[in-house]
Design a protein around this ligand. Structure first.
Ligand code: GLN
Length: 386
């Protein structure tokens, strides 16, 4: 028997079930509502800019923390979307390979082994391995079905002198929760009291339904202690381009830039040029984006309810999290999702992926809807057949 070369860190987490469900779906020829990626094209402006950059031989490394035109664009777009939010592109931005790298680079830059990081549960799958890789000890605080509110006392109890950061994700994956101003004020008060950082993943910022998205970095008390993670992926339908960024005060940005440099050197240069074009899209682009997503949400949530799931309608992001007990009496979402992807051929993500103790999510299934209406209708037809 050969030696097991797996590091303790790598042994500390499992493969991504979200990505695994995509592979199972491809193998079974199903409709993929598992991994959250669009099946419709990105805006033509991005494609033209990417092609032009390749034609212009933008083939070599950009500045490690991001091409200047792209950083300037992010700063201008941020100020346009959130009046008064001035981001200095020279000292407060770091362009990364997607929000995934932005979050792990941030954790590696600010967390020492043994530090605690507060994470709301259910959580996006990546945050658990991120904690293992950075040496952080996660402290989970529950978001409660069906409105996904948290208990203030429980949150307060999660903070102590070892707490280094809290991870916020708003709009939230997988629940669709959009954090309110009152909730962010509670988080701000605790971060100030315990001198803790707020690390916020806002990749779904423009996908909200009738509620405002409030960036934690704009909440009084959090301005100087927040790292905002974002990316082109969801807003511009280019998840495979792997272009994201962090916004943070200069000292934090300097630490993140160093880690980022030695992790990946930089994000793809021609796609950063296309990112600059994305930042120049007019406000109408974002209004249409939200309208289109509302139509997809209403279609899918209606179908899921009709099929017999107990669905919570999201206020933001593009996932519907359902209770499946009526159709899966065993309440074993992992086995149930693996059956569903074969017959009738619809991929979803088992709720077990979003909890530290998988059994807490065993009666839940997450369906993603960044899809053409015809894709959602095909899924509806299959689910109806089942
Ligand atoms: N955020 C997406 C999801 O939750 C996928 C992200 C990824 O696979 N990197 O499905």
């Amino acid at each position: 028997m050969g030696r097991d070369w797996t590091s303790t860190k790598a042994a500390g987490f499992t493969e991504s079930v979200i990505r695994e469900m995509s592979r199972l779906c491809a193998a079974s020829g199903g409709v993929n509502l598992a991994q959250g990626f669009p099946d419709f094209p990105c805006p033509p402006e991005l494609k033209e800019a990417a092609k032009a950059a390749i034609d212009a031989d933008v083939n070599q490394y950009a500045i490690t923390w991001g091409a200047k035109a792209f950083r300037d664009g992010i700063a201008a777009k941020t100020a346009a979307a959130y009046p008064g939010w001035e981001v200095d592109p020279e000292t407060e931005l770091c362009v990364t390979c997607g929000a995934t790298e932005a979050m792990i680079a941030t954790l590696l830059a600010v967390v020492d082994p043994g530090d605690e990081v507060v994470v709301f549960e259910p959580f996006y799958e990546n945050y658990a391995p991120d904690a293992v890789l950075s040496g952080a000890t996660p402290r989970y605080v529950q978001l409660r079905w069906p409105d996904w509110s948290f208990d203030e006392a429980e949150l307060r109890a999660a903070f102590n002198h070892r707490t280094r950061a809290i991870v916020v994700n708003t709009p939230h994956n997988p629940t669709g929760k959009v954090f309110t101003r009152a909730e962010l004020d509670v988080i701000s008060a605790l971060c100030q009291e315990w001198d803790v950082l707020c690390l916020t993943d806002e990749i779904y910022e423009h996908i909200v339904y009738d509620v405002p998205h409030l960036p934690p970095a704009r909440v009084p008390g959090l301005e100087d202690r927040t790292v905002t993670v974002n990316a082109l992926s969801k807003t511009y339908a280019v998840t495979g381009w792997r272009v994201g960024w962090t916004v943070a005060p200069p000292a934090l940005t300097a630490a993140i830039r160093k880690v980022h440099d030695f992790l990946t050197v930089g994000a793809p240069a021609p796609l950063q040029a296309a990112g600059a074009a994305a930042m120049a899209l007019p406000p109408s682009y974002y209004a249409h984006l939200a309208d289109d997503y509302r139509e997809r949400r209403d279609l899918l949530c209606g179908v899921l309810a009709e099929v017999g799931y107990d669905v919570t309608v999201p206020d933001g992001a593009y996932y519907a999290l359902c209770r499946t007990s009526a159709l899966d009496p065993a309440q074993d979402s992992s086995a149930y999702a693996r059956r569903l992807v074969v017959d009738p051929g619809v991929a979803a993500v088992p709720g077990t992926s979003f909890f530290a103790d998988p059994s807490d999510g065993a009666g839940l299934l997450r369906f993603a809807f960044p899809k053409r209406l015809e894709t959602l209708e095909a899924a509806a037809e299959r689910l109806g057949r089942a």
